[in-house]
Design a protein. Sequence first.
Length: 105
Amino acid sequence: MTRPAGAGSVSGGLLELRSQADALAAGGRPPPCLVDPEPFTSDDPRARAEAAAACTTACRLLELCGLTALMSEQRWHVWGGVDVTTLAHDPSARRAILAAHLGNR
């Protein structure tokens, strides 16, 4: 996998993701996580599952978000259409599932 363009570091990847999300929002096409962020960070696994499903059908930043999650080793919330919270205790599984999920795009 390659790093997102302009992402020379973890913080660079996060900044790039936020910049692109803000640009989409300014253009009237915000990603689902900006429309209603609560389910993406919810303690309720069902809410996170619904948020992950919303990503896979409506987010134009799905791959960048997933790659950023891999780069920054996110352990909580929904990233790139995957609830990484459920994988928090097994980093190798988290990477494998995110990589496989994003590879099918």
